[in-house]
Design a protein around this ligand. Structure first.
Ligand SMILES: Nc1ncnc2c1ncn2[C@@H]1O[C@H](COP(=O)(O)OP(=O)(O)OP(=O)(O)O)[C@@H](O)[C@H]1O
Ligand SMILES: [Mg+2]
Length: 360
């Protein structure tokens, strides 16, 4: 089976690593000159909105999926005319826009923080008087790794905040004083079957994911699965979807969804019976889903900017290195490592050892 992937970054690369044993071949559409997924398949080096290249992609593959959702909905709608695309153009249209996404949560009865649509500085000022401060102003589309957002703490922060984010459509969100952040990676097959991985605790540094620790029978697992199932059904979703939540007062508030495999699910490569990457491909290909059961206790640590020396990373027991072969650059995700352990206590020791290798 030939799979076309929109985007050729590390998520595409890990999809190809998972799909190759299933007999799949990959073509990555990515405008970047160097795409780290290209080592695992063909690289169609073209713009996401070039009709000629979209057609070329559609004609050379059996289906198309995404590792990068910030493409215009029209691009996906265009592709859908020629080839099956999973998840659908409609699912992408909603998931890539924070206003549509949060409005959907509200419609489905999923708790989320107060929010308002902001199309001008005047809208922002009206939204601030309604929601209050502190609040977070975010661009509706194209944000990632905490980019495209500004925390507004006092009145002075509001002045020019809309221009600071580029005078583009935004959303204002009430600031959530969360006790923790968790995410749920879920997968839905073409036949509607849903499977979920255990909830993951996430720790961010400077808006970028630093550490994910898979939980063991989290008390909010059933609630998170209920919320995710509502969204998956509403969008008639096919593939992996990640759901980010804030933990507040013993409950969950929805932050955002990502219509693709997710950084907080990388641990599943070694930590689960069937990884998020394989399960995404099984789902989009119409194959039976694999087990989301955990093998042991797992955690994943991102390498931001540069990858520590492999010999040092691998000197930690049960540590699995993923180097994306990307050029080192401050703030860029260039690799990760998964730690596995029979006990949570030992896992904690491994995390401390791995963190000790960062920035040395
Ligand atoms: N309303 C909020 N209140 C408090 N903290 C927030 C709020 N929104 C976002 N944050 C913090 O900023 C982080 C990044 O925000 P968000 O997930 O919306 O953006 P993103 O750029 O899409 O991030 P990523 O690509 O890492 O998922 C969150 O994980 C959380 O730590
Ligand atoms: Mg996020």
């Amino acid at each position: 089976m030939k799979v076309g992937v929109i985007g050729g970054g590390q998520l595409g690369r890990m999809l190809a690593i998972a799909g190759t044993p299933l007999g799949m071949q990959f073509t990555f559409l990515d405008p970047a000159e160097y795409a780290c997924a290209a080592a695992l398949g063909e690289h169609l080096h073209a713009d996401y909105s070039s009709p000629e290249h979209l057609q070329q992609l559609a004609q050379s593959v059996d289906l198309v999926t995404f590792e990068f959702e910030s493409v215009p909905a029209e691009t996906v709608a265009y592709l859908e005319q020629f080839v099956p695309v999973y998840p659908s153009a409609n699912a992408l249209r909603i998931a890539r826009d924070r206003w549509f996404e949060k409005s959907m949560f509200k419609d489905l009865g999923i708790p989320t923080t107060e929010f308002a649509d902001v199309l001008s500085q005047a809208d922002l000022e009206a939204a601030v008087s309604q929601i209050g401060l502190p609040a977070v102003l975010k661009t509706r589309t194209l944000g990632y790794d905490g980019k495209g957002q500004k925390v507004l703490r006092e009145a002075a922060d509001v002045v020019d905040a809309f221009a600071y984010l580029g005078n583009v459509p935004c959303i204002l969100e009430g600031f959530v004083a969360f006790s923790g952040e968790v995410s749920l990676v879920a997968v839905r097959g073409r036949d509607g079957e849903v499977q979920c991985y255990p909830l993951v605790h996430n720790i961010h540094n400077d808006g970028i994911l630093h550490l994910s620790v898979a939980s063991d029978a989290h008390t909010l697992q059933a609630l998170a699965q209920d919320y995710a199932s509502r969204v998956l059904q509403e969008l008639d979703y096919v593939g992996v979807l990640a759901f980010e939540f804030f933990e507040v007062d013993g409950g969950l508030k929805a932050n955002e969804i990502a219509p693709r495999v997710h950084n907080s699910g990388h641990w599943t490569i070694e930590g689960s019976e069937c990884s998020q990457f394989e399960n995404h491909l099984r789902a989009v290909a119409g194959l039976p889903l694999g087990s989301t059961a955990s093998v042991e206790h797992s955690a994943m640590l991102n390498f931001i900017g540069s990858v520590p020396e492999a010999s040092k990373v691998l000197s930690i027991a049960d540590c699995h290195l993923h180097d994306y072969s990307k050029a080192a650059k401050a703030g860029r995700k260039v690799g990760h490592a998964t730690l596995r352990s029979a006990t949570p206590e030992r896992l904690q020791q491994q995390i401390v050892a791995l963190e000790g290798l960062l920035n040395v």
